[in-house]
Write a protein that binds this ligand. Structure first.
Ligand SMILES: Cc1ncc(COP(=O)(O)O)c(C=O)c1O
Length: 484
């Protein structure tokens, strides 16, 4: 401003000074106008999770008992999950309180930052405003601790001593290992064979927190042994690892099972992501036209998107919600919307979801967290209701997008998150082509620091796109249970 007064030009008639004033005025009106990072305080961590069940225009199809095809009750789930979690699974309350001990642990990394990807926007030459919520700041490096901490807390509260689980990329196993260490629980993780081999440091990470990590399929369970008998070189799948973890949990009174995605309560716990983002957008004085997330079982996507979908269901609007999955495991875009088992050995109840069939084993591409045969029933239901637009990408184009993002923003995404990055870049380029400025929000659900072998392979030109076997898919779909 001193420069303006020192100058003899008539300041209010020159466009140069008008511009200076406009910029200063914009700064006074909104000091965040050109910020990169939008942060909240620990006191801003949401006190409740958002339950989209309260706002659904039509109810979610019930979970069925595979023996009777009748809706299951809490007693059917009690051997596997704590009561508090079962209640959340069926709750119709819009807001569910986050227990204070869970918020206390959340404080370690929450609220996570919302970034404006200004350097990426510049690199793309797009008029779009690109924002990303960064969940890689958690101790495990992804969104997974949001539910691991909550699930460990409820298990501990109900006297459970040991939790068994599955993990794909290792992010969920790592999150539960940390949660187990915090709450004094034994953790046993069945890790999908292909990821176990691709990511040895994930296993070391889990073991550092006192967890036990076993490659799946294993000789420890009858589900694992049955698979190994048919296919000794099986790469495994999340469906198989779930079977093994469920079987182990059912064997001991003091043991329960925890799932890292798919179920309503897991999606519920992840809504802290979108709830925080909504507050951060108030700081920015902007609002997304589009929300994007990658989908394996659907939890990080639901976490970022459900609070915005809820807002839209209650108040209207034309926000686009995009779910991005791998072309090699395309449950939402190519699967059937039908009742199916959540696991390969058929130990779980039947849920209505987009599925490739519970015996489908996807090829061994690098986004291990997205190799699940089904999709969260809630995400499937909302897709059927036209609230979610799904799309699929191959891995090479996702790694290319991930590196483009990394070179602009300095964060190397997890291979799973690259799917969301790719969609965000594509949408930003669409904006450029059409000359429109949309606000795009995506969830950068994890960093890729344990995925360097995948990046090395990509940089060496060794990565290939993987295609699922059409006949295997047809066979898996033919094996869907018949439910009237
Ligand atoms: C970084 C990351 N993103 C996404 C996923 C997929 O899971 P979900 O769809 O439940 O978010 C995983 C699963 O392991 C993951 O590790």
């Amino acid at each position: 401003m001193a420069g303006i007064h020192a100058n003899n030009e008539s300041w209010h008639t020159t466009s140069k000074y008008q511009t200076v004033l406009q910029v200063c005025f914009a700064g006074v009106m909104n000091p965040m106008a050109d910020s990169i990072k939008f942060t909240l305080t620990e006191d801003d961590i949401p006190k409740t999770w958002y339950n989209i069940m309260a706002d659904l225009p039509s109810p979610l199809p019930p979970v069925l008992h595979p023996g009777t095809n009748q809706p299951i009750g809490p007693d059917d789930l009690a051997p596997l999950f704590p009561i508090a979690v079962i209640q959340q699974e069926v709750s119709q309350e819009r807001e569910i309180e986050i227990p204070e001990p869970v918020r206390e642990v959340y404080r370690q990394w929450r609220p996570s930052p919302l970034y404006r990807a200004r350097r990426l926007e510049q690199a793309l030459g797009t008029p779009a405003r690109i924002y990303y919520k960064y969940e890689g700041v958690s101790p495990a490096g992804s969104h997974k601790p949001n539910t691991a901490i909550a699930q460990a807390f409820y298990n501990k509260q109900e006297g459970v001593k040991r939790i068994t689980t599955e993990t794909g990329a290792g992010q969920w196993g790592s999150a539960l290992a940390i949660a187990g260490a915090f709450f004094g629980l034994e953790i046993e993780v069945f890790m999908v064979r292909v990821s176990f081999d691709q990511k040895p440091y994930r296993r070391a990470f889990m073991e550092s927190f006192g967890a036990r990590c076993i490659a799946s399929p294993s000789e420890l369970t009858s589900a694992g042994r049955a698979i190994l008998e048919q296919r000794p070189d099986s790469t495994g799948s999340l469906g198989i690892a779930i079977s093994e973890a469920v079987e182990m949990a059912a064997q001991r009174e003091d043991t329960k099972y925890a799932l890292g995605s798919v179920l309503n309560h897991v999606l519920l716990h992840q809504t802290v992501i979108g709830l925080e983002a909504q507050r951060q957008f108030e700081l920015v004085d902007d609002y997304p036209d589009m929300v994007i997330g990658c989908t394996g079982g659907g939890s990080n996507f639901a976490g970022v998107a459900f609070p915005f979908i809820g807002e839209k269901l209650r108040n209207g609007g034309d926000m686009e919600i995009i779910a991005v999955e791998p072309s090699a495991c395309p449950s939402l875009t190519k699967g059937r919307y039908a009742y199916d088992f959540g696991d390969t050995a058929h130990l779980t109840p039947l849920v209505k979801m987009h599925t490739l069939g519970s015996t489908f084993v996807p090829p061994g591409f690098h986004a291990g967290g997205l190799r699940y045969h089904g999709m969260a029933p809630m995400v499937s239901h909302l897709t059927e209701l036209g609230q979610i637009a799904p799309r699929a990408y191959q891995q090479i184009e996702c790694f290319a997008a991930g590196l483009q993002f990394a070179r602009a923003e300095g964060i190397l995404p997890a291979p799973e998150a690259n799917h969301a990055v790719k969609a965000a870049i594509d949408e930003a380029l669409n904006c450029k082509e059409q000359g429109v400025s949309k606000a795009i929000l995506f969830n950068l659900c994890g960093h890729g620091h344990f995925d360097m072998q995948a990046y090395s392979d990509y940089l060496a030109g060794k990565l290939v796109d993987q295609h699922y076997d059409e006949s295997e898919l047809a066979m898996a779909l033919a094996g869907l249970p018949s439910v009237a």
